[in-house]
Design a binder for this molecule. Structure first.
Ligand code: URA
Length: 216
């Protein structure tokens, strides 16, 4: 007899409602915030988001020597792998690496076809991921197409667990990603109202890549 409840994971959405995350997100939403300040805010926010997403990383006890004695103390079993969805994912990456400097990093380059809004891959380079925890980062979870395509690529390399980290999500993107990858939990700073007819998050903050790098 099969047990559907046990075999179908229930995807979880974690909204990081810490006041500092919310305050910094508001500054990033402001149209007048220049790129240099936007980058700084995003980097600071990614430290706080990473603190939350890393809560469930596994620890084991190791024997260590302090200046006073030997003792048993907790240490991460494995550092996770971080995969950045280019190019906006790199805006979150440095903050993640400040908190987890031992993480190895992969990149997947995807752009949105402006007509279909489908994700088109142009680059992919991953470190070994088999059996490891992978954190996939992209500031904006909009349609969910890029995120779902990136997760397909990551899963092909056999990680033990995958988490998705973003700054801002649309309800449509959350639903699409949960449907395509029900085993992947999402951490975000906020879920906005909706997508507009060209796939931008509303009220949102505009194009994250443009805001980070000063392009238009
Ligand atoms: N990508 C962005 O950078 N911004 C959006 O609003 C949607 C997708």
């Amino acid at each position: 007899m099969t047990n559907d409840t046990a075999s179908t994971p229930t995807p979880r959405l974690h909204i990081v409602d810490h006041p500092l995350v919310q305050h910094k997100l508001t500054q990033m939403r402001r149209v007048e915030t220049p790129s240099a300040h936007f980058r700084e805010l995003l980097s600071e926010t990614s430290l706080l988001l990473t603190y939350e997403i890393s809560r469930e990383l596994d620890l084991h006890e190791v024997e260590i020597q302090t200046p006073l004695t030997t003792t048993s103390a907790p240490e991460l079993i494995d550092h996770p792998v971080v995969v950045s969805i280019l190019r906006a994912g790199n805006g979150l990456l440095d903050g993640v690496l400040k908190v987890i400097p031992g993480a190895r990093v992969g990149f997947v380059g995807l752009y949105r076809d402006h007509d279909t809004l489908e994700a088109v891959e142009y680059y992919c380079k991953f470190p070994p991921m088999e059996g490891r925890t992978v954190i996939v980062v992209d500031p904006m979870l909009a349609t969910g197409n890029s995120a779902a395509a990136a997760l397909d690529r990551v899963k092909a390399d056999g990680p033990a667990a995958i988490r998705f980290l973003c700054l801002l999500a649309a309800p449509e993107g959350v639903a699409a990603l949960h449907k395509a990858h029900p085993d992947v939990d999402i951490w975000t700073g906020a879920v906005d109202e909706c997508l507009n007819d060209v796939g931008y998050i509303v009220p949102g903050l505009g194009d994250a890549g443009d805001r980070i790098y000063g392009t238009t």
